[in-house]
Design a protein around this ligand. Structure first.
Ligand code: UD1
Ligand code: CA
Length: 459
């Protein structure tokens, strides 16, 4: 039988105190909604319906082309939200997974187990539950003396006795699709919040003597529902541990996994060493045997093998094998650092391609440069790429030697093996093999310093 899925994502998330809809807050680099969607994909639903409402267009963008969407114009409760999917699903034979968009830690594995359990027990409804040490805020699972689930009560509707119950509703369920939409016709708003609760369908099924069950998660962490920023930080921590553990099991060394922040879609090859206080974001990839030291921050970049990055920032760039970077270097977007090149301390590279074995050891700015192989930048070299309005390219051939404290005023081209004298301002092309000196000649006046205040003769 087919599987269907409904993701509830119409709420505002008042307790987040945010302009952004709750499900668009990120955990380890992707939105909570994407986490949920990825988990749901594990059950290969034939139809995936996302219920949107608050800032619907923003939410729709995140799953565009991957889900169908139905609009819940007024957020009248989770039961009302599911009703919105009726036009898409009612009448179909199959199992329908309903999941809240604010439970980013639930895994695809658990959802598969939930479906299997539901099918094996021939249930009409199966609730994914967990045991919470502090169940406050969650709906409680109420069982009879035989241990059968009879209903779910919300925190605000629970009696003192019911509030003692530690088994909670994760907000994830599997239903017989047809029976779900029939039962939803019978829910009402007679409760503490005046909302249509999805959870009320459980007692409706029970009263009709239909089989209801619960599949208990072993790991409470998975069930975490994010309603405020405190829970968001908790989710982030759990996700971080999960991600880092996966990398460790794949052969990556971490000096302090609790102080290492790696987004879900980052890939790291074996034998990489990740020291403490490292952030790897977006679609970053790190090649084998590379070393990232304290303070390194890399966004959407591809790092090759045997690269050493020391306390530096790299954004949207490509770093080839054997490169050494830092400390305190900044590689800005659209840069490519060639094999075995070296970008040292206080060097900034932006929108530039750097050839193999090229070195910029200290205090240099390389902006919009097309730089060949085996180039040496002396300390304090500046590619002056900007005239206040437009950016221009500096093209530098192979084996060029740029003396310290030189300014290359773009657009300008330096030929292969040319030599730029230290302290030059270069604003004309330099042919291959030439020496260019772009500075005043030195004037030396013999004996002129004698008698000046600094001179020992005046002391
Ligand atoms: C819900 C459950 C509760 C469970 C908890 C798990 C109900 C009545 N309660 O409570 O038993 O323990 O989740 O985290 O279902 N939403 C809509 N439209 C609405 C209302 C909500 O789309 O009209 C969406 C929200 O965007 C959110 C999800 O449904 O993604 C859950 O809503 P929320 O208000 O967070 O429910 P809880 O109070 O946490
Ligand atoms: Ca919630």
């Amino acid at each position: 039988m087919s599987n269907y899925a409904i993701i509830l994502a119409a709420g505002k998330g008042t307790r987040m105190k945010s302009d952004l809809p709750k499900v668009l807050h990120k955990v380890s680099g992707i939105t909570m909604l994407e986490h949920v969607f990825r988990a749901v994909s594990a059950i290969t639903p034939e139809k995936n319906v996302t219920v949107i409402g608050h800032k619907a267009e923003l939410v729709r963008e995140v799953l565009a082309n991957q889900s169908e969407f139905v609009l819940q114009t007024e957020q009248l409760g989770t039961g009302h939200a599911v009703m919105m999917a009726e036009e898409e699903l009612a009448g179909l034979e199959g199992h329908t997974l309903v999941i809240a968009g604010d439970t980013p830690l639930i895994t695809g594995e658990s959802l598969k187990n939930l479906i299997d359990f539901h099918v094996n027990h021939k249930n009409v409804a199966t609730i994914l539950t967990a045991t919470a040490e502090n169940p406050f805020g969650y709906g409680r699972i109420i069982r009879n003396d035989n241990g059968e689930v009879v209903k779910i009560v919300e925190q605000k509707d629970a009696s003192a006795f019911e509030q003692q119950v530690k088994e909670i509703n994760t907000g994830t369920y599997v239903f017989d699709n047809k029976r779900l939409f029939e039962a939803l016709k019978n829910i009402n708003t007679n409760n503490a919040q005046g909302e249509y609760y999805l959870t009320d369908v459980i007692s409706i099924f029970r009263e009709a003597s239909e089989k209801v069950g619960a599949y208990v998660l072993r790991d409470f962490d998975e069930s975490l529902g994010v309603n405020d920023r405190v829970a968001l930080a908790m989710a982030e921590r759990v996700m971080r541990r999960r991600i880092n553990k996966t990398h460790m099991l794949n052969g990556v060394t971490f000096l302090n996994p609790d102080a290492t922040y790696i987004d879900v879609d980052v890939a790291i090859a074996p034998d990489v060493v990740v020291e403490a206080n490292i952030t790897l974001k977006g679609h970053t990839r790190i090649g084998a045997e590379s070393i990232l030291t304290n303070g390194t921050y890399i966004v959407d970049s591809v790092i090759g093998e045997r690269v050493v990055v020391t306390n530096s920032m790299i954004e949207e760039s490509e770093v080839k094998d054997g490169v050494t970077i830092g400390p305190f270097a900044h590689i800005r977007p659209k840069s490519v650092l060639g094999k075995d090149s070296h970008i040292g301390n206080f060097v900034e590279v932006k929108g530039s391609s750097i050839g193999e074995n090229t070195k910029a050891g200290h205090l240099t700015y390389i902006g919009n440069g097309q730089v060949g192989d085996y180039v040496n930048f002396g300390a304090g070299t500046i590619l002056a790429n900007y005239d206040g309005k437009n950016k221009y390219t500096t093209t530098i051939g192979n084996h060029v030697f740029v003396g310290s404290n030189s300014t290359l005023v773009a657009p300008v081209t330096i030929g292969d093996s040319a030599l730029i004298a230290a302290g030059s301002a270069i604003n004309q092309d330099v042919p291959a093999d030439a020496l260019a000196i772009g500075r005043e000649r030195q004037v030396t006046k013999e004996g002129y310093a004698i008698g000046k205040p600094h001179h020992p003769s005046t002391k």
